[in-house]
Design a binder for this molecule. Sequence first.
Ligand SMILES: Cc1cc2nc3c(=O)[nH]c(=O)nc-3n(C[C@H](O)[C@H](O)[C@H](O)COP(=O)(O)O)c2cc1C
Length: 150
Amino acid sequence: MRVCIVYESRRGSTEMVARAIEKALRDNGFDAQTWSVGQNPEVDDCDLVIIGTPIYYERPLPQVVRFIEEKSGLEGKRVAVFILAMAQKFGKLGKEYTERRYLRLMMEPIKGRVVSARAFDGWLFRENEATIVEAGAWAVEVARLCKGGE
Ligand SMILES: Cc1cc2nc3c(=O)[nH]c(=O)nc-3n(C[C@H](O)[C@H](O)[C@H](O)COP(=O)(O)O)c2cc1C
């Protein structure tokens, strides 16, 4: 099973998480490769597309949304979405808000089957080790589920 990880990042944290996801998948025997949206990767032969963006000014990065739209909403694909944001750090309301608004904005243009969507704690300066570990474990779990359902 081939897993394609596609991301965009401004300050590097989403890129770091995308690369950690790739490593975790490879360590667990999956064929995984990472691209930035700017590289405009071909996703036709990907069995699972894991796509990630940070949230800036209440929105996913526009180039990520554009990528999804340009790839026909990833129609016919299994898709796992992740975002990096800060709002969920602000208690229960922040978490609900993040999940409802930010994840919805990311999922709206997707016409494929969203198998999982997760919001991780982003960071500004010091990398969040917990996010890196959690994201890797999440991706492996999602890939295993997809493989099991083949
Ligand atoms: C200028 C700026 C605006 C941001 N706006 C939001 C926001 O509206 N909501 C949120 O939850 N996080 C917000 N964040 C937090 C980022 O999503 C978080 O720092 C993320 O890890 C950045 O990802 P990157 O390093 O891949 O660019 C903002 C961060 C910056 C620097």
